[in-house]
Write a protein that binds this ligand. Structure first.
Ligand code: ADP
Ligand code: MG
Length: 241
């Protein structure tokens, strides 16, 4: 099987001289939501940051749409079609919602900014009547929509999301996951790290469990939800659902 979007091969990466993830692999195919789960400190954010050029890649390769991006800088990746939403501080609280969206065009202007913005507001209709409101005044869930919307403003093929449901109520979590399914169906592939592992696996086309910086388990979301060891160790036990 060829992975058209992203192919992380035997990647070792970390900070300074210290490797955090070792010999890791992860793949994203066209039109997929791929989820990374695992304990705190496993290196999930480090993986996303390594793909996005924000820390040191040491060995292995990262292939995006058939080109190696192992040496590419963040500023080169955005115009190539990758954007990212970090785990925290992912909106500018004193800028309006619309200004936040516009920031997403700076590194890579979309072909038709008005059309791209209109498409994003169709996906996130809650933001439509909040365009002139400061992002810091919004609810947590709405702020996450702004952050994902900003990432979509450069017309990416792949978005990297670090815990998009962190701090949200269970009801809102489902709202965000439903929206991410719509984002995927609009043609954007998603690589996402999630703490709400059970719920995230339900929407995952494929998923990886990362432990201590290494691949531990992988499979479709449904396969991992059924896997006894994964359930016991990473999903709080209980019956599959
Ligand atoms: N900027 C940094 N410099 C040095 N070590 C870091 C840095 N960021 C994270 N780490 C270390 O990398 C390990 C993995 O962290 P992280 O990737 O944030 O894990 P996760 O997202 O899975 O919770 C942790 O031991 C953490 O202390
Ligand atoms: Mg993290």
């Amino acid at each position: 099987m060829s992975y058209k979007i992203l192919d992380v091969q035997n990647l070792t990466a970390g900070y300074g001289k210290l490797p955090i993830i070792e010999d890791m692999h992860a793949k994203v195919d066209d039109g997929q939501i791929v989820v990374i789960v695992g304990p705190n400190g496993a290196g999930k954010s480090t993986l996303l940051k390594s793909i996005f050029g924000l820390n040191k890649r040491m060995s292995g390769d990262i292939v995006f749409e058939s080109r190696s991006i192992f040496d590419a800088k963040t500023s080169e990746l955005v115009p190539m079609g990758i954007s990212a939403v970090p785990q925290s501080h992912n909106v500018f609280p004193t800028l309006t919602v619309e200004e936040n969206l516009d920031v997403g065009t700076f590194a890579a202007p979309p072909k038709d900014k008005a059309a791209t913005k209109a498409k994003i507001l169709t996906l996130f209709p809650d933001l439509k009547d909040k365009l002139r409101q400061q992002a810091g005044e919004l609810s947590g869930g709405q702020r996450q929509m702004v952050a994902v919307g900003r990432a979509l403003m450069s017309d990416p093929h792949l978005i990297l999301l670090d815990e998009p449901t962190a701090g949200l109520s269970p009801a809102y979590l489902e709202v965000i996951f439903d929206l991410l399914l719509q984002v995927r169906d609009s043609g954007v592939s998603i690589l996402m790290v999630e703490q709400n592992a059970k719920q995230a696996l339900r929407i995952a086309d494929y998923a990886y469990v990362l432990v201590n910086g290494k691949n531990a388990y992988e499979g479709t979301g449904a396969e991992l939800l059924k896997n006894d060891e994964v359930r016991k160790s990473f999903l709080g036990g209980g019956a599959p659902k």
